[in-house]
Design a protein around this ligand. Structure first.
Ligand code: ATP
Length: 442
């Protein structure tokens, strides 16, 4: 029977540290609040998440291309986008216990949920979430630049560059994966809400009038992506925003939410941003970003449908969903049941003992896997049972053992993670076997 521990988040945080998924940033100095470092296993997991997104958004389609824009942009970008004036969260402090809250996250603005006192909150203040820094040696007002709080604006300002260079016709999309920064008031829940994070955003430009159809299309496509890569459908839901929650320029917005141990929370937002962004940048820059429609010979401002996801939040959801404890007593084990497409390590090469030529043979097979693009690991330390357990904990789908028989007939055993069933195959057939099992997701 599979079960989840009552304190699942803490269990995952400690597994992440123990197995090299995620460490606290600057830990030896006491850590830096809400900053996290991905370790050797975590970096592979997050990279697989980003690659899976890029594959489905860019490589698997002819109508979407990618870009990689810089994090620092002209300060006027943030004036035009509305971030300078409006990218704020409402902030209150408790005068008694000094705790800080996002006013929109509080159920009751009278009573402090931390210390229980009433009437101790300050007035609600608006707090701009953009990080500021200075460009060049002089730290004065003219030198202020912002760290981007979203990747989307790099796409909008390049709209015509990309469209013309790639000779794209509506409808088409521009995708980007990269770091964003927000000086969040209340970061927390491990990597769920941090001040530095990675986004996976795509702006899909469509003819006005076709926006509703594409909005609905992307809602379904994006929900399905999480399921295709292993999230259980019952842990996902689409939540349409109330009119009052919508940004002033948005016609509609829905979130893909995941049932985290701390409750249903947003993984991704899908918004109909209308023609707001292209029009704003045209006005503020004085350069029209209108699209020339060859058929009607008219310049128009396309509408934009934006699926905006977080790489760190998605990675956390894949971790939580994969986490399983099963069995009892000596047979008890922890397994991360990742889909092979997401699993950080696809195969572990394990010599049964550290002698009789087994390590050399296993190392050679390891090298063959790596050469073929299959991320593998080689491990000869401790008992075979322990090595299986370590690999179950990082979600390795296949453990490959080189034993005495391998040395005589050139076969190996392959143990499948979830069923723990083993089969013996020719060592030379392993790479093809793995490729088939991984369905092209190397
Ligand atoms: P929230 O309401 O949780 O603050 P948001 O609606 O402001 O998020 P968007 O601006 O829609 O978020 O950003 C798109 C995606 O970027 C989010 O769905 C999330 O996956 C990711 N993201 C945004 N802020 C953070 C953050 N502070 N830490 C980690 N990921 C984030």
């Amino acid at each position: 029977m599979a079960q989840k521990p009552p304190d699942l988040m803490n269990t995952i945080v400690s597994l992440c540290k123990r197995r090299g998924f995620i460490f606290q940033s600057s830990e030896i100095y006491g850590g830096l609040n809400s900053c996290w470092d991905y370790g050797p296993i975590g970096v592979e997991l997050k990279r697989n998440v980003k690659n899976a997104w890029w594959h489905s958004m860019v490589h698997a389609r002819r109508d979407i291309v990618g870009i990689d824009a810089s994090i620092l942009m002209h300060p006027k970008v943030w004036e035009a986008s509305g971030h300078l004036a409006g990218f704020t969260d409402p902030l209150v402090d408790c005068k008694n216990c000094k705790e800080r809250f996002r006013a929109d996250h509080l159920k009751n603005l009278d009573k402090c949920p931390k210390c229980g006192m009433s009437g101790t909150f300050t007035e609600v203040r608006k707090f701009n979430l953009m990080f500021k820094t200075f460009m060049g040696p002089v730290e004065d007002a003219q030198a202020v630049v912002f760290m981007r709080p979203e990747t989307a604006q790099g796409i909008f300002v390049n709209f015509l560059n990309v469209q013309q260079a790639s000779r794209l016709k509506l409808p088409f999309g521009i995708a980007q994966v990269g770091k964003s920064f927000r000086n969040e008031i209340t970061p927390g829940n491990f990597t769920y809400r941090t001040r530095e994070f990675e986004q996976m955003e795509m702006e899909f430009f469509v003819m006005p009038g076709e926006d509703q159809k594409w909005y609905e299309y992307w809602l379904q496509a994006r929900r399905q992506w999480y399921i295709d890569h292993g999230i259980r459908p019952e842990n996902l839901r689409l939540r349409a925003h109330e009119q009052s929650e919508l940004a002033h320029y948005a016609k509609a917005c829905s979130d893909v939410e995941y049932q985290f141990p701390f409750g249903w929370s947003e993984l991704e937002g899908i918004a109909n941003r209308t023609d707001f962004d292209l029009k704003q940048h045209s006005q503020h820059s004085g350069k029209s970003l209108a699209y020339f429609d060859e058929e009607t010979k008219q310049h128009i401002f396309p509408f934009v449908i934006e699926p905006a996801a977080g790489a760190d939040r998605a990675t956390l959801a894949f971790l939580v969903d994969a986490y399983t404890e099963e069995g009892a007593g000596d047979d008890k084990r922890t397994v991360l049941k990742f889909k092979p497409s997401i699993a950080p390590v696809k195969a572990a090469l394990l010599p049964l003992v550290k002698k009789e030529g087994m390590p050399e043979k296993a190392e050679k097979i390891y090298a063959d896997c790596m050469k073929s693009g299959i991320n593998a690991l080689y491990d000869h330390a401790s008992s075979i049972g322990r090595r299986y357990a370590r690999n179950d904990e990082i979600g390795t789908p296949f453990c490959v053992t080189v034993d005495g028989q391998s040395m005589t007939d050139d076969t190996i055993t392959v143990r499948e993670r979830d069923s723990r069933l083993q089969q013996r195959i020719a060592a030379t057939a392993l790479v093809d076997f793995l490729k088939k099992q991984l369905e092209g997701n190397l």
